[in-house]
Design a protein around this ligand. Structure first.
Ligand SMILES: CC(C)(COP(=O)(O)OP(=O)(O)OC[C@H]1O[C@@H](n2cnc3c(N)ncnc32)[C@H](O)[C@@H]1OP(=O)(O)O)[C@@H](O)C(=O)NCCC(=O)NCCS
Length: 191
């Protein structure tokens, strides 16, 4: 039977601290897709060490997961940053990829967002860019992507140079400038 004809699980639930080991296992298995694709100086194994996941959780990344037979098979995080939501760490176990798991998680997080949703990924991860575009996201211009990455993410310059940003709403250069200005005003207000 075609893989896509098999029943796709639909149970989405919030993740909790007890899921950390499973989240790490999913991320590090799925991130093998990056090996040999992203710049060699950005690849490391495991791709996400336990300490990095702990600091991401402490920094407000909230994961949701999709389960099959009560076992997590895909995870995706969301992080509120100023006036946008960032999708962070989208990973599906290799044996479950291409069966709608990522699309369901992404739709779930976007339905609950109520404001622009941004995603940053490796420029070389063409499959991931296609995945987000299939879900209606649009790439922003490279200069605007660099501005957005500096404003909303906490990543080194080397990662900015090797990343792209996709948005859930069309973002012109003008729209990016006003979003960033509004984020600046919001962070001044909250001191
Ligand atoms: C990217 C990822 C999260 C998508 O989740 P998924 O469950 O595989 O995606 P879906 O089954 O919902 O796929 C939806 C669309 O994405 C595209 N897609 C997904 N995986 C793909 C792959 N490996 N190769 C090519 N296209 C792919 C397809 O166009 C698919 O559309 P179709 O069903 O019309 O063919 C998952 O494949 C993954 O973990 N990949 C490795 C890690 C990664 O790149 N993470 C992204 C971090 S930003």
């Amino acid at each position: 039977m075609d893989r896509k004809q098999q029943t796709t699980p639909v149970a989405i639930r919030p993740c909790n601290p007890a899921d950390s080991a499973d989240i790490l296992a999913i991320i590090n298995a799925a991130a093998q897709a990056y090996r040999g694709a992203i710049p060699a100086d950005r690849w490391h194994d495991p791709y996400m060490p336990a300490g990095e996941l702990a600091s991401e959780l402490a920094d407000g990344v909230i994961f949701s997961g999709l389960t099959a037979d009560d076992r997590l098979i895909g995870v995706m995080g969301v992080q509120r940053r100023h006036n946008v939501d960032l999708i962070r760490h989208a990973y599906v176990l290799p044996e479950w990829q291409g069966r709608g798991v990522g699309s369901r998680l992404l739709a779930h997080l976007c339905d609950n967002a109520g404001r622009p949703v941004l995603i940053g990924t490796w420029r070389a991860a063409e499959w991931a860019i296609r995945f987000y575009e299939r879900s209606g996201f649009r790439r922003v211009d490279d200069d605007d992507a660099a501005r957005l990455l500096r404003t909303y993410w906490n990543v080194p310059d080397r990662q900015i140079a090797t990343s792209v940003v996709l948005a859930s709403v069309p973002l012109s250069g003008e729209a990016v400038r006003s979003l960033i200005a509004e984020a600046g005003r919001a962070s001044e207000r909250h001191g």
